[in-house]
Each structure stands twice: as structure tokens, then as C-alpha cells.
Design a protein around this ligand. Structure first.
Ligand code: MN
Ligand code: MN
Length: 319
């Protein structure tokens, strides 16, 4: 499978706290913005805060992660992000942008160590780590930190790809191997995969023995969420945005036909966040691969709705 790709890396780590927002507030005209969560909004909440001040308003640096070259790319300006992502619900809690990580050139292990360290710092502070990535390998750094605090961690994984290879072109640290490396840490029966529609034979054989894989869509997610809620186990949610159909999300390195719609993903997010989600990431946005900006706008909407959904699922938001 041809998977060599150039990607822009957008990596920021937000920790999401309780109240007393320190994020910059901006006046946004609510009426001009379509709000997916409008049913939850009384219309009486003061319009003040925005969510995606966490996205940098400057270009991110180049990094090399594994064998793949990640190039700098334009990411959203705060103004664009506000226009694309505003929701009154987001005025009810805080999002703290802990900044872009400057990752080491040429060493995946070093980059992962930096990601793990930042995630551990956020967890140590009792906050909720949310990582935004290009490269899906960021998940491994976060999960390494998560299992230190939550040894019984489960992972819910939305992706077009199984990401279960033992190695990819000889590299054990690759987006194509990231869930396999997570399995090395947490073991059998704790990785729950959805929307999978691409992988090699060994990956599907591995999944049959070691993970719970649901192909093509979110069938089974509601039942899984009931189980996760009943057991109250900590859950890490990793969303590879290429689970979406390329017709609505072409800005990604390995688009796969036959994906889910934005509304299906939104419904899935609202479902799974009823579980005890303790950390999450959104990854594989490659803005430079979609010059129309549609993919970036879609990623912002997913991020916004994820934050709003987590409000119901994570006690930290209730503080
Ligand atoms: Mn993928
Ligand atoms: Mn992936």
C-alpha cells in the first residue's frame, strides 16, 4: 500500500479545566453562526468565549517523525477558528491552550518522549489532555502517559485504518503501527476500533485475536458505551479524522473511500463521551492537502463538538 505522504503537523495540547476561563474572549455574533449544539443552548448564556483560541495563529514548525517528512503548513488563525467553531456552549467552561510542542527532528522516540512528558504534566495537574495532531503517532505519546495514571485504560479508536502493523517499512514507530504499540502497553480486549476499512491481512488477523474491531461504521458503539459506562473504566478516545469520507474530509494523507459522514461522527462522539473519557486526541488533519479549507473547517467543527460532548462525560467540566 502506498502510504508515503507529506503532512503538515498541527500539534497542540489543550488542557481543559473547570471555570475561571483564562482564554482570550472574543465577541462573536451568535446569530451568524450555525450551531450544531443549538438544542442545548437556552439563548441566555452570555456570548463571550471561543473555543479554538487553542489553535495557533502562526505557522507550525517542521518536524520529522519516523521515516516521514512532515512539512510546515498554514493552520487556522484565531479569527478563522472563531468563525468556524463558535458555540455558546463553549462559554460555559475553559479551554487552556498549552501551546505547540516543538518536536525533535529525526527521532520519533524523542518526539514521543516530549509528547508523553506534556501529557503527563497535564494529567498531574488533574486536567484533561486533548492533543491535536497531524501524525497519528501522537497517540502513543499520550497513551504512555495515560497508562501511568490509569493502568486499566481502554482505548476507543475511530479510523479508516487498523493501524495495527507490527512495523511499517521497518519502522515500529509509525502512524500505521500506533494502535499496535498501544496494544503492547494495555493488552488484549481493551482496544475498540470503529470505521476500519483498510489494513493488511496481518492486521485483521491481529485484530481478530487481540482487539475489538468494527468495520466501516459505528455499529456496536452504543452497546460498547453501555459496557464502558457500567464498568466506569477510564477511556482514551483517539479520532483519526480519515474515518470521515474523503468527500467531506479530503485533507488527509491516506484518504479511504467509503467513510462515515460528519453527522455520523458527531453522533458517535456524543455517544462515546457518555463513558468515562479521561483523554483524547484528534489527528491526521493535513491542511496543505486541501487548499479549499473544507477539511480544516470540518476538523474545527469536530473539535468544537467534541469539547461540548465531553462536558457531559468528564467530571472535570462540572467543577
Ligand atoms: Mn487513518
Ligand atoms: Mn490512524
Amino acid at each position: 500500500m502506498f502510504r508515503n505522504r507529506l503532512l503538515a503537523l498541527l500539534l497542540a495540547v489543550c488542557c481543559v479545566a473547570g471555570l475561571s476561563c483564562a482564554a482570550a474572549a472574543a465577541e462573536v455574533d451568535c446569530d451568524s453562526v450555525y450551531c450544531f449544539s443549538a438544542e442545548d443552548f437556552s439563548g441566555e448564556t452570555p456570548i463571550a468565549g471561543i473555543c479554538i483560541t487553542s489553535l495557533p495563529d502562526k505557522k507550525v514548525g517542521s518536524v520529522m517523525l519516523g521515516s516521514r517528512i512532515l512539512v510546515p503548513g498554514d493552520v487556522l488563525t484565531a479569527e478563522q477558528a472563531a468563525q468556524m467553531t463558535f458555540s455558546p456552549r463553549l462559554t460555559e467552561f475553559d479551554i487552556f491552550d498549552s501551546g505547540d510542542l516543538e518536536l525533535c527532528f529525526g527521532s520519533s522516540e524523542s518526539a514521543l518522549a516530549d509528547i508523553q512528558s506534556r501529557a503527563a504534566e497535564i494529567l498531574h495537574d488533574g486536567k484533561f489532555p486533548l492533543l491535536l495532531g497531524g501524525e497519528h503517532l501522537v497517540t502513543l505519546g499520550a497513551v504512555r502517559a495515560m497508562v501511568e495514571k490509569y493502568p486499566d485504560l481502554h482505548i476507543v479508536h475511530f479510523d479508516a485504518h487498523a493501524d495495527l502493523r507490527d512495523d511499517y517499512l521497518g519502522a515500529k514507530l509509525s502512524h500505521a503501527c500506533v494502535l499496535r504499540r498501544c496494544h503492547d502497553l494495555i493488552g488484549d480486549g481493551r482496544i475498540h476500533q470503529f470505521c476500519i476499512r483498510s489494513g493488511d491481512r496481518t492486521e485483521f488477523e491481529f485484530a481478530a485475536a487481540h482487539t475489538e474491531m468494527h468495520k466501516f461504521d459505528f455499529t456496536g458503539l452504543a452497546q460498547l458505551t453501555e459496557q464502558l459506562c457500567a464498568s466506569k473504566v477510564p477511556v482514551y478516545l483517539t479520532i483519526d479524522l480519515d474515518c470521515l469520507d474523503p468527500s467531506c474530509f479530503p485533507g488527509t494523507g491516506t484518504p479511504e473511500a467509503g467513510g462515515v459522514s460528519f453527522l455520523q461522527l458527531l453522533e458517535a462522539i456524543r455517544t462515546v463521551t457518555k463513558a468515562n473519557i479521561v483523554g483524547a486526541d484528534l489527528n491526521e488533519l493535513a491542511p496543505t492537502l486541501d487548499t479549499t479549507g473544507v477539511s480544516t473547517a470540518t476538523a474545527c467543527k469536530v473539535l468544537r463538538e467534541l469539547l461540548i460532548a465531553l462536558d457531559k462525560g468528564w467530571p472535570g467540566f462540572q467543577v
